[in-house]
Design a protein around this ligand. Structure first.
Ligand SMILES: [Zn+2]
Length: 119
C-alpha cells in the first residue's frame, strides 16, 4: 500500500466511507489514535503497509517519515514537517533556540493540558 492508500484507509477507519460504498448496518467510527492502531498492526504484523508511514503526534495526519518529518527521542514522538515548523516558529517561546528544545517545551504543555482535562 502506498501513502495515499494508507491515508484513505485511515479516513475510512475514522468513518469516512469511500465512494461507491454503502454500508447500511455498520460503519467504523474510530478515534485518530484507534485508527492508527489498526494501521500499526497492518505494518508490523502483516507487512501490508511500509513501517515508515507514521502518525504525527500534533495534527494526527499520516506522513512518510522517509520524505519528511522527524522522530524525537525526547519525548519519544513523531512529528510531520509542517508541525515541526509550526511549533518552532509560531508556538515556541523565545528561549527555545532549536526545534528540539521547542518540541520538548510544546510537548510538556500538551501533556499537562491533557492531565487537567482527564483527572
Ligand atoms: Zn503534523
Amino acid at each position: 500500500m502506498d501513502l495515499e492508500q494508507t491515508k484513505e484507509l485511515y479516513e475510512f477507519l475514522k468513518g469516512e466511507i469511500p465512494e461507491r460504498f454503502i454500508f447500511k448496518t455498520w460503519k467504523p467510527k474510530l478515534s485518530e489514535d484507534e485508527a492508527f492502531t489498526v494501521i500499526y498492526v497492518l505494518q508490523e504484523k502483516f507487512h501490508l503497509i511500509p513501517d515508515h508511514f507514521e502518525q504525527c503526534k500534533r495534527c494526527k495526519e499520516i506522513f512518510d517519515m522517509e520524505c519528511e518529518g522527524k522522530h524525537y527521542d525526547d519525548p519519544g514522538i513523531n512529528l510531520c514537517e509542517g508541525c515541526i515548523d509550526q511549533i518552532f516558529y509560531r508556538e515556541s517561546s523565545q528561549e527555545a533556540d532549536t526545534p528540539e528544545k521547542a518540541i520538548i517545551e510544546w510537548y510538556k504543555v500538551q501533556s499537562s493540558c491533557q492531565n487537567t482535562e482527564d483527572p
